[in-house]
Structure formats: C-alpha cells, structure tokens
Design a binder for this molecule. Structure first.
Ligand SMILES: Nc1nc2c(ncn2[C@@H]2O[C@H](COP(=O)(O)OP(=O)(O)O)[C@@H](O)[C@H]2O)c(=O)[nH]1
Ligand SMILES: Nc1ncnc2c1ncn2[C@@H]1O[C@H](COP(=O)(O)OP(=O)(O)O)[C@@H](O)[C@H]1O
Length: 315
C-alpha cells in the first residue's frame, strides 16, 4: 500500500481489458487502497469528468465502478493522496482554487451501503468545500408547513446566492407547476432505472409517489456557483446526512397540527383523500424531524416573517 506517483507522459495511454471490453485511460494517478488499485484520470467512458477504474488485486480483474456524486471535470495535472483506508484526496492542480480539492470515497459506510443497494462496485466524489457559505441546505418538514413559501422568498431575495435543487417526482404536476422548474415530472420506470444507474443522490417514496434528488440537480446549482437548497422529506434528509454532501439540515415545524391542517386545506392543491394522507404522514414526519437528531436547526413557522428571519440567520 502507499501512494504511487502520477504517471509519466510515456505511460499515459493504455488499454485495460476488464474481460469483456477494453477501456483506455489517460493522465492517470494510481493508488492502492485495501485489496484494490484505483486509477483516477480520463477514460474514454468518463466524458468530461475524471474517471475511476479499479483493479481487484485478489482476482486480477478490472472493475468500472458506478461513480456517485458531483464529479470533477477532467484535468491534465492531478495528484492523489491517500487519507486513510476509506478515502483519497484528489487535487486538480490546473484548476481554480475553489475547484481544486476533491475527495473520492472508496470504502466509507456510505459507499458500502450504496454498493450493497446497487449490487455493484461504487465510489463517490465530493467537492472540498472551502468555508461554510457554499454548504447545501436541506429543508424538511410536513406537507403544508410552508417550506415552499420560505424557499421562494429566499430565492426571490437572493437570486444569485441560492439555487433550488429541482427534484424528480412521479406525482402529477399542480396547476401552477412547471416541468424542470418546480420538479422534473417523471415516469416511474424511468426514475427507477436512473436510481439503479446511480444517478440519484437520494430518493424516497412519499405519499405513494417516488421523489428523488439527481446528482445532476445538485451539480447544476454548484456549477452556477450558488448554494444549493434541497426541499426533501425526512427519509431523504437521512440519506443525504449519510452521504458526503456535507449539508446543513433544517426542519420546519408547524405551530400546531390544526394550523397545519388549515394551511394544507387553504392551499387547495390536493383532493380530500390526498389531504388526509398528507396529514396522516405529517404525524410521523414531525415525530422523526424532532427526534431523529438529523437536523441542525428546528424552526417553527408560526409567523412567516419571523420564521424567514430565523431561516436566514439560524441560531
Ligand atoms: N426524499 C425526497 N423528498 C422530496 C423530494 N422532493 C420533494 N420531496 C418531499 O416530498 C414531499 C411532498 O412534496 P410535494 O408533493 O411537492 O408536496 P408539498 O410538500 O405538500 O408541497 C415533501 O415533504 C417534500 O419535501 C426529493 O427529491 N426527495
Ligand atoms: N407562516 C405562515 N402562516 C400562514 N400561512 C402560511 C405560512 N407559511 C406558509 N403558509 C401557507 O400555507 C400553505 C402551504 O405552504 P407551502 O409553502 O406550500 O408548504 P409546503 O411546501 O411545506 O408544503 C400555502 O398556502 C402558504 O401560503
């Protein structure tokens, strides 16, 4: 084990046969972690982002892992440092400082869990965040509590600072909702395939519909240099908490259950049956929100302006 040097120019292009096909790899760095050797560089399959290949030293087989997370763009000058048995640090030497530090998780709990769920080899990128200001913000709370209202205010007041992570959902659009703006309205089988292909950071079944945050949704916001806001349920928040995203977690609670019911009905976007389902689910959501330990801040949305102020400056 140990850090291998970045390859010299003459070693840069090679064809690696993984048994079924060959992959060409260029500008790579090589590290050995546990019983695998990882090549990090550009491959003919990795498109515009840095690719990862693994050589299982016990079987001598090449593996193309599913790569999760926001991926770093290809660069011709990179260094790799082993941090521990679980992750490596990748430095893009020819990039601007805010885009130079990346972590690749090879064997963390998150990666092991994902690997088990997807039944394949998985690695996961995360960007080294400089300071707290660009950390994504996860906002959860029961249906009707006012998450959307608060997020809209934040986006209207600070359009250059915050960007909304547009989730995918299988639920039908409401009258005022636009595809690609409020949600990517999707067909279940398409979403399930993309989940299997590792394209989602998290997903959950909420009120009988599938909802999920694609890696791309978060990437689009990060690429625009904005702080990403995710409006997701508690199950999703738990998955993001376990991921390397390094987000801040805020739970919005209603002043009372009766007031939550009033707001949900007054919004008038759901049928009576859907309102009943959302209210039933709200009980569990509030219980988990208050007791799970996932959330850094719990804010009560009684007076909207007070809650909004607290959201901007959570204590
Ligand atoms: N896990 C997860 N939950 C989501 C996502 N997008 C939205 N949700 C949650 O799904 C629930 C229902 O959202 P929606 O149908 O828009 O209804 P609303 O909360 O009543 O406005 C809310 O709790 C959202 O926070 C997502 O990408 N992932
Ligand atoms: N503090 C508040 N006081 C009264 N009504 C509110 C408050 N916050 C939001 N609302 C209203 O409650 C309804 C539900 O809010 P919404 O933002 O759609 O909730 P969510 O996104 O959490 O489902 C909307 O009609 C909204 O205008």
């Amino acid at each position: 084990m140990g850090e291998a040097p970045v390859m010299f120019e003459e070693d840069l292009h090679k064809n690696i046969s993984n048994g079924t096909r060959s992959v060409s790899m260029a500008y790579e760095a090589v590290v050995a972690v546990a019983n695998k050797q990882y090549l990090v560089g550009s491959t003919d399959e990795s498109g515009s982002s840095i690719g990862v290949l693994a050589l299982d030293q016990t079987t001598s087989k090449w593996i193309t892992p599913v790569v999760l997370g926001d991926k770093p763009k290809i660069c011709m000058d990179l260094s790799v440092i082993i941090l521990n048995e679980e992750r490596i640090l990748v430095i893009r030497r020819d990039a601007a400082s805010e885009d130079s530090i990346w972590f690749l998780e090879l064997n963390t709990k998150f990666v092991r869990d994902q690997s088990q769920a997807l039944e394949t080899e998985v690695v996961s990128w995360s960007k080294g965040v400089i300071g707290d200001d660009l950390k994504p913000v996860v906002i959860s709370g029961p249906s009707g509590v006012g998450k959307g209202t608060l997020i809209s205010k934040l986006m209207d007041d600070f359009p250059t600072k915050f960007g909304f992570s547009v989730s995918h959902t299988t639920r039908a659009p409401r009258q005022n909702e636009q595809n690609g703006v409020h949600y990517h309205f999707s067909v279940r089988s398409d979403m399930e395939k993309d989940i299997k292909d590792g394209k989602f950071l998290e997903y959950a079944l909420v009120h009988d519909n599938l909802y999920g945050t694609s890696v791309e949704a978060v990437e689009v916001v990060a690429d625009a240099g904005k702080r990403c806001i995710l409006d997701i349920d508690v199950q999703g928040a738990r998955q993001v908490r376990a991921s390397p995203l390094g987000a801040k977690f805020i739970f919005i609670r209603p002043p009372s259950f009766a007031e939550l019911e009033n707001r949900l009905r007054a919004r008038g976007t759901e049928t009576e049956e859907q309102v009943q389902k959302r209210l039933r689910n709200a009980k569990a959501e509030i219980e988990q929100g208050l007791s799970s330990g996932i959330f850094d801040h719990i804010l009560e949305n009684d007076d909207l302006e007070v809650c909004y102020r607290n959201l901007k400056h959570p204590r």
